[in-house]
Design a binder for this molecule. Structure first.
Ligand code: HEM
Length: 186
């Protein structure tokens, strides 16, 4: 079992990062839906959940940076199956790049929206690490940033549906090792 990836399969590092980020994204999405559905009668719970959502956003941002750094410094990555057509290779590269981009962009719009909120609540990651706000309260900017955050969430959900569909197609129809090697390595 190797930490680094090679031509034969993904290393333990990338696999741990892939599946922990996947679980966190799913949890973060459910939390986002739930906390925004709460009304003013549940204000205390809403406050706690928004803080948790912000903290998880910072964690996702850090894990994605670490994953990109790890990935870019690996000696090699597993090859695509030989039978995979060129358009599918290009679609995979484009959708993976977009996934990385959204994983980094969503915490940024979320954090900036929180910073622009007229409520002026401080950001303290997991109640431990205070993060200074780069911008001050501005209701109009907050609305724009929240809209951008919601659109990014929608695009991410669509991309993930394609991503999971493609992984299942590899496994069930093409019967290659693309999904298996992301789980067990090689
Ligand atoms: C939910 C959040 C998820 C995110 C953000 C995500 C993101 C990514 C990214 C960015 C890559 C590209 C790796 C690289 O080349 O650098 C990747 C690869 C992969 N993902 Fe996901 N993924 C998620 C969930 C899933 C799920 C649920 C499955 C399985 C059903 C899956 C199956 C795969 C497979 C098989 C690969 C390897 C593709 C290859 O070897 O070329 N992913 N994922």
């Amino acid at each position: 079992m190797s930490w680094r990836s090679d031509r034969e399969g993904w290393g333990l590092g990338i696999r741990l990062l892939h599946w922990s980020i996947a679980a966190l994204v799913l949890f973060q999405w459910l939390l986002g839906q739930y906390m925004t559905s709460l009304g003013p009668e549940a204000l205390a719970e809403k406050f706690v959940l928004y803080q948790r959502h912000k903290s998880l956003g910072f964690l996702l941002f850090a894990l994605t940076l670490l994953r990109l750094l790890w990935r870019l410094t690996e000696p090699a990555r597993p090859a695509h199956p030989e039978s995979m057509p060129l358009w599918q290779r290009r679609a995979a590269a484009t959708s993976h790049a977009l996934l990385y981009l959204l994983l980094l962009a969503m915490p940024v719009t979320g954090f900036l929206a929180a910073a622009a909120s007229p409520l002026g609540l401080p950001t303290v990651v997991f109640g431990l690490v205070p993060i200074p706000h780069p911008i001050g309260p501005d209701a109009r900017l907050e609305a724009i940033l929240l809209e951008a955050h919601a659109i990014q969430g929608l695009v991410l959900a669509l991309l993930l549906a394609v991503h999971v569909g493609a992984a299942l197609k590899h496994h069930l129809i093409d019967r290659d090792r693309v999904l298996v090697r992301m789980i067990v390595g090689r």
